[in-house]
Ligand binder design. Structure first.
Ligand SMILES: Nc1nc2c(ncn2[C@@H]2O[C@H](COP(=O)(O)OP(=O)(O)OP(=O)(O)O)[C@@H](O)[C@H]2O)c(=O)[nH]1
Ligand SMILES: [Mg+2]
Length: 265
Protein backbone atom coordinates (compact mmCIF):
# COMPACT_ATOMS: atom_id res chain seq x y z
CA UNK A 1 0.00 0.00 0.00
CA UNK A 2 1.66 3.27 -1.03
CA UNK A 3 1.75 5.62 1.96
CA UNK A 4 0.27 8.48 -0.06
CA UNK A 5 -2.94 6.45 -0.33
CA UNK A 6 -3.42 7.02 3.41
CA UNK A 7 -4.53 10.61 3.26
CA UNK A 8 -6.83 12.16 5.85
CA UNK A 9 -10.52 11.57 5.18
CA UNK A 10 -13.61 13.33 6.43
CA UNK A 11 -14.03 12.64 10.16
CA UNK A 12 -16.47 9.85 10.97
CA UNK A 13 -19.27 11.40 12.99
CA UNK A 14 -21.93 8.71 12.97
CA UNK A 15 -21.15 5.01 12.80
CA UNK A 16 -23.14 1.88 13.49
CA UNK A 17 -21.94 -1.54 14.59
CA UNK A 18 -23.77 -4.23 12.62
CA UNK A 19 -24.08 -7.43 14.64
CA UNK A 20 -25.48 -10.44 12.77
CA UNK A 21 -27.03 -13.00 15.07
CA UNK A 22 -28.27 -16.54 14.83
CA UNK A 23 -28.83 -18.19 18.21
CA UNK A 24 -26.71 -15.84 20.29
CA UNK A 25 -29.12 -15.03 23.12
CA UNK A 26 -26.51 -15.35 25.85
CA UNK A 27 -23.75 -13.58 23.97
CA UNK A 28 -25.73 -10.63 22.68
CA UNK A 29 -26.25 -8.63 25.91
CA UNK A 30 -22.57 -9.08 26.82
CA UNK A 31 -21.27 -7.91 23.47
CA UNK A 32 -23.60 -4.91 23.24
CA UNK A 33 -22.60 -3.82 26.72
CA UNK A 34 -18.94 -4.01 25.75
CA UNK A 35 -19.47 -2.01 22.55
CA UNK A 36 -21.37 0.68 24.42
CA UNK A 37 -18.61 0.87 27.04
CA UNK A 38 -15.74 0.87 24.54
CA UNK A 39 -17.09 3.63 22.27
CA UNK A 40 -20.24 5.23 23.72
CA UNK A 41 -21.09 7.28 20.61
CA UNK A 42 -21.46 4.21 18.39
CA UNK A 43 -24.92 2.93 17.54
CA UNK A 44 -25.65 -0.78 17.26
CA UNK A 45 -27.89 -2.62 14.81
CA UNK A 46 -28.63 -6.28 15.52
CA UNK A 47 -29.38 -8.28 12.36
CA UNK A 48 -31.29 -11.29 13.58
CA UNK A 49 -32.40 -14.07 11.24
CA UNK A 50 -35.37 -15.14 13.36
CA UNK A 51 -33.17 -17.14 15.73
CA UNK A 52 -35.07 -20.09 17.22
CA UNK A 53 -33.47 -19.43 20.64
CA UNK A 54 -35.17 -16.03 20.94
CA UNK A 55 -32.14 -13.80 20.29
CA UNK A 56 -34.47 -11.40 18.44
CA UNK A 57 -36.58 -10.86 21.57
CA UNK A 58 -33.49 -10.34 23.68
CA UNK A 59 -32.36 -7.71 21.17
CA UNK A 60 -35.76 -6.00 21.35
CA UNK A 61 -35.54 -5.86 25.15
CA UNK A 62 -32.14 -4.16 24.96
CA UNK A 63 -33.34 -1.76 22.25
CA UNK A 64 -36.29 -0.79 24.45
CA UNK A 65 -33.90 0.48 27.13
CA UNK A 66 -31.16 1.95 24.94
CA UNK A 67 -31.98 4.40 22.13
CA UNK A 68 -28.66 3.69 20.41
CA UNK A 69 -29.52 0.02 19.91
CA UNK A 70 -31.70 -1.03 16.97
CA UNK A 71 -32.93 -4.36 15.66
CA UNK A 72 -33.62 -5.60 12.16
CA UNK A 73 -35.72 -8.76 12.21
CA UNK A 74 -35.24 -10.93 9.19
CA UNK A 75 -37.50 -13.82 8.22
CA UNK A 76 -35.06 -16.73 8.47
CA UNK A 77 -31.46 -17.91 8.25
CA UNK A 78 -30.05 -16.53 5.01
CA UNK A 79 -26.34 -16.35 5.84
CA UNK A 80 -24.00 -13.68 7.07
CA UNK A 81 -23.64 -11.96 3.69
CA UNK A 82 -27.36 -11.33 3.22
CA UNK A 83 -27.66 -10.02 6.79
CA UNK A 84 -24.80 -7.56 6.29
CA UNK A 85 -26.17 -6.32 2.96
CA UNK A 86 -29.48 -5.56 4.69
CA UNK A 87 -27.55 -3.79 7.46
CA UNK A 88 -25.51 -1.70 5.03
CA UNK A 89 -28.72 -0.59 3.27
CA UNK A 90 -30.38 0.24 6.61
CA UNK A 91 -27.40 2.35 7.66
CA UNK A 92 -27.04 4.09 4.28
CA UNK A 93 -30.71 5.13 4.38
CA UNK A 94 -30.10 6.72 7.76
CA UNK A 95 -27.00 8.63 6.71
CA UNK A 96 -24.30 6.88 8.76
CA UNK A 97 -20.70 7.70 7.73
CA UNK A 98 -19.35 4.27 8.60
CA UNK A 99 -20.62 0.73 9.00
CA UNK A 100 -18.81 -1.70 11.27
CA UNK A 101 -19.03 -5.48 10.97
CA UNK A 102 -18.69 -7.44 14.20
CA UNK A 103 -19.63 -10.98 15.33
CA UNK A 104 -21.86 -11.42 18.37
CA UNK A 105 -19.92 -14.32 19.87
CA UNK A 106 -17.14 -12.35 21.59
CA UNK A 107 -14.46 -13.31 19.08
CA UNK A 108 -14.22 -9.68 18.00
CA UNK A 109 -13.25 -7.62 21.02
CA UNK A 110 -15.09 -4.28 21.04
CA UNK A 111 -12.07 -2.89 22.89
CA UNK A 112 -10.24 -2.87 19.52
CA UNK A 113 -12.76 -0.46 18.04
CA UNK A 114 -10.96 2.77 19.03
CA UNK A 115 -7.80 1.66 17.20
CA UNK A 116 -9.80 0.57 14.17
CA UNK A 117 -11.73 3.84 14.04
CA UNK A 118 -8.46 5.69 14.39
CA UNK A 119 -7.07 3.82 11.37
CA UNK A 120 -10.24 4.72 9.45
CA UNK A 121 -9.31 8.39 9.62
CA UNK A 122 -6.94 7.65 6.72
CA UNK A 123 -8.55 4.61 5.09
CA UNK A 124 -11.71 3.46 3.33
CA UNK A 125 -11.76 -0.03 4.80
CA UNK A 126 -10.11 -1.15 8.03
CA UNK A 127 -9.76 -4.88 8.63
CA UNK A 128 -9.17 -6.23 12.14
CA UNK A 129 -6.51 -8.77 11.28
CA UNK A 130 -5.31 -11.93 13.01
CA UNK A 131 -2.50 -12.53 10.58
CA UNK A 132 -0.43 -9.35 10.66
CA UNK A 133 2.35 -8.53 13.14
CA UNK A 134 0.76 -8.01 16.55
CA UNK A 135 -2.36 -9.99 15.65
CA UNK A 136 -3.20 -13.27 17.39
CA UNK A 137 -5.83 -15.88 18.09
CA UNK A 138 -6.70 -17.02 21.60
CA UNK A 139 -7.95 -20.57 22.25
CA UNK A 140 -8.64 -21.13 18.57
CA UNK A 141 -8.08 -24.77 17.58
CA UNK A 142 -5.17 -25.44 15.26
CA UNK A 143 -7.58 -26.80 12.64
CA UNK A 144 -9.44 -23.48 12.50
CA UNK A 145 -6.18 -21.52 12.36
CA UNK A 146 -5.04 -23.64 9.42
CA UNK A 147 -8.33 -23.14 7.55
CA UNK A 148 -8.15 -19.40 8.12
CA UNK A 149 -4.48 -19.00 7.20
CA UNK A 150 -4.87 -21.41 4.26
CA UNK A 151 -7.93 -19.51 3.01
CA UNK A 152 -6.07 -16.22 3.10
CA UNK A 153 -3.03 -17.70 1.36
CA UNK A 154 -5.24 -19.27 -1.33
CA UNK A 155 -6.95 -15.90 -1.85
CA UNK A 156 -3.67 -14.01 -2.02
CA UNK A 157 -2.27 -16.46 -4.56
CA UNK A 158 -5.32 -16.49 -6.81
CA UNK A 159 -6.43 -12.89 -6.57
CA UNK A 160 -3.12 -11.22 -5.77
CA UNK A 161 -4.72 -9.19 -2.97
CA UNK A 162 -2.21 -7.60 -0.58
CA UNK A 163 -4.30 -8.51 2.50
CA UNK A 164 -3.20 -11.04 5.12
CA UNK A 165 -6.57 -11.81 6.72
CA UNK A 166 -8.97 -11.96 3.80
CA UNK A 167 -11.83 -13.70 5.63
CA UNK A 168 -11.73 -11.43 8.67
CA UNK A 169 -15.17 -10.33 9.79
CA UNK A 170 -14.27 -7.41 12.06
CA UNK A 171 -14.22 -4.36 9.80
CA UNK A 172 -14.91 -0.66 9.47
CA UNK A 173 -16.25 0.47 6.09
CA UNK A 174 -16.71 4.08 5.19
CA UNK A 175 -20.16 4.61 3.69
CA UNK A 176 -18.51 6.26 0.68
CA UNK A 177 -16.50 3.07 0.10
CA UNK A 178 -19.56 0.81 0.18
CA UNK A 179 -21.28 3.12 -2.32
CA UNK A 180 -18.44 2.55 -4.77
CA UNK A 181 -18.43 -1.22 -4.37
CA UNK A 182 -21.54 -2.04 -6.43
CA UNK A 183 -22.95 -4.39 -3.84
CA UNK A 184 -26.20 -5.15 -5.63
CA UNK A 185 -24.77 -8.27 -7.30
CA UNK A 186 -23.00 -9.75 -4.25
CA UNK A 187 -24.22 -13.31 -3.86
CA UNK A 188 -21.65 -14.69 -1.41
CA UNK A 189 -23.08 -15.97 1.86
CA UNK A 190 -20.36 -17.16 4.26
CA UNK A 191 -16.68 -16.16 4.68
CA UNK A 192 -16.61 -15.69 1.00
CA UNK A 193 -18.61 -12.51 1.54
CA UNK A 194 -15.64 -10.96 3.31
CA UNK A 195 -13.27 -11.99 0.52
CA UNK A 196 -15.69 -10.66 -2.08
CA UNK A 197 -15.91 -7.26 -0.41
CA UNK A 198 -12.14 -7.10 0.02
CA UNK A 199 -11.54 -7.66 -3.68
CA UNK A 200 -14.26 -5.17 -4.63
CA UNK A 201 -12.69 -2.51 -2.39
CA UNK A 202 -9.26 -3.04 -3.95
CA UNK A 203 -10.74 -3.19 -7.41
CA UNK A 204 -12.22 0.30 -6.91
CA UNK A 205 -8.83 1.66 -5.81
CA UNK A 206 -9.93 2.08 -2.20
CA UNK A 207 -7.43 2.20 0.65
CA UNK A 208 -7.55 -1.00 2.69
CA UNK A 209 -5.64 -1.16 5.97
CA UNK A 210 -5.13 -4.05 8.40
CA UNK A 211 -5.01 -3.40 12.14
CA UNK A 212 -3.80 -6.22 14.41
CA UNK A 213 -6.42 -7.74 16.68
CA UNK A 214 -6.61 -10.46 19.26
CA UNK A 215 -9.32 -12.89 18.12
CA UNK A 216 -10.84 -14.95 20.91
CA UNK A 217 -12.59 -18.29 20.42
CA UNK A 218 -16.24 -18.10 21.40
CA UNK A 219 -16.96 -19.33 24.94
CA UNK A 220 -20.76 -19.56 24.69
CA UNK A 221 -23.00 -20.99 21.97
CA UNK A 222 -22.28 -22.94 18.82
CA UNK A 223 -20.29 -22.01 15.74
CA UNK A 224 -22.24 -21.76 12.49
CA UNK A 225 -19.15 -22.58 10.44
CA UNK A 226 -19.57 -25.64 8.24
CA UNK A 227 -18.16 -27.42 5.21
CA UNK A 228 -20.54 -25.64 2.83
CA UNK A 229 -19.13 -22.27 3.87
CA UNK A 230 -15.57 -23.43 3.17
CA UNK A 231 -16.58 -25.01 -0.14
CA UNK A 232 -18.42 -21.87 -1.26
CA UNK A 233 -15.30 -19.80 -0.60
CA UNK A 234 -12.96 -22.22 -2.40
CA UNK A 235 -15.14 -22.46 -5.50
CA UNK A 236 -15.91 -18.75 -5.80
CA UNK A 237 -12.35 -17.60 -5.12
CA UNK A 238 -11.19 -20.18 -7.67
CA UNK A 239 -13.56 -18.72 -10.27
CA UNK A 240 -12.58 -15.12 -9.50
CA UNK A 241 -8.92 -16.13 -9.57
CA UNK A 242 -9.17 -17.67 -13.04
CA UNK A 243 -10.86 -14.51 -14.36
CA UNK A 244 -8.38 -12.23 -12.63
CA UNK A 245 -5.31 -14.10 -13.86
CA UNK A 246 -6.76 -14.43 -17.40
CA UNK A 247 -7.32 -10.66 -17.50
CA UNK A 248 -3.73 -10.10 -16.31
CA UNK A 249 -2.41 -12.41 -18.99
CA UNK A 250 -4.55 -10.60 -21.58
CA UNK A 251 -3.05 -7.27 -20.56
CA UNK A 252 0.44 -8.75 -20.64
CA UNK A 253 -0.13 -9.90 -24.19
CA UNK A 254 -1.56 -6.51 -25.11
CA UNK A 255 -5.14 -7.70 -25.60
CA UNK A 256 -6.57 -5.35 -22.98
CA UNK A 257 -4.01 -2.71 -22.17
CA UNK A 258 -4.48 -0.87 -18.89
CA UNK A 259 -3.62 -1.04 -15.27
CA UNK A 260 -4.15 -4.14 -13.20
CA UNK A 261 -6.69 -3.47 -10.46
CA UNK A 262 -4.27 -4.03 -7.65
CA UNK A 263 -1.87 -1.45 -9.07
CA UNK A 264 -4.57 1.10 -8.40
CA UNK A 265 -4.31 0.99 -4.61
N1 LIG B 1 -28.14 -13.02 10.83
C1 LIG B 1 -27.34 -14.07 10.68
N2 LIG B 1 -26.26 -14.18 11.48
C2 LIG B 1 -25.46 -15.27 11.32
C3 LIG B 1 -25.70 -16.28 10.37
N3 LIG B 1 -24.72 -17.22 10.47
C4 LIG B 1 -23.89 -16.79 11.45
N4 LIG B 1 -24.34 -15.62 11.97
C5 LIG B 1 -23.73 -14.79 13.00
O1 LIG B 1 -22.49 -14.37 12.48
C6 LIG B 1 -21.49 -14.31 13.48
C7 LIG B 1 -20.35 -15.27 13.11
O2 LIG B 1 -20.82 -16.61 13.12
P1 LIG B 1 -20.07 -17.78 13.92
O3 LIG B 1 -20.97 -18.93 14.13
O4 LIG B 1 -19.44 -17.23 15.12
O5 LIG B 1 -19.08 -18.23 12.85
P2 LIG B 1 -17.58 -17.91 12.78
O6 LIG B 1 -17.22 -16.80 13.69
O7 LIG B 1 -17.30 -17.76 11.36
O8 LIG B 1 -16.99 -19.27 13.27
P3 LIG B 1 -16.43 -19.65 14.71
O9 LIG B 1 -15.05 -19.15 14.71
O10 LIG B 1 -16.53 -21.11 14.77
O11 LIG B 1 -17.27 -18.97 15.75
C8 LIG B 1 -22.19 -14.67 14.77
O12 LIG B 1 -22.60 -13.50 15.41
C9 LIG B 1 -23.39 -15.49 14.28
O13 LIG B 1 -24.47 -15.49 15.19
C10 LIG B 1 -26.87 -16.14 9.54
O14 LIG B 1 -27.18 -16.97 8.68
N5 LIG B 1 -27.63 -15.03 9.74
MG1 LIG C 1 -17.45 -16.91 15.65
Amino acid sequence: MPENARRARKPIQRAVVLVPTYNERENLPLIIERVRAAVPWLDVLVLDDNSPDGTGEVADEIAATDRQVHVLHRPGKQGLGAAYLAGFAWAAERGYDAMIEMDADGSHRPEHLPAMLDAATTADLVIGSRWVKGGETVNWPLSRQLISRGGSLYTRLLLGVPVHDCTAGFRVYRATALEKMALSDVASAGYCFQIDLTRRALDRGLTVVEVPISFVEREIGDSKMNGDIVREAMVRVGQWGVKHRAAQLGRLLGWRPGESWHDLT
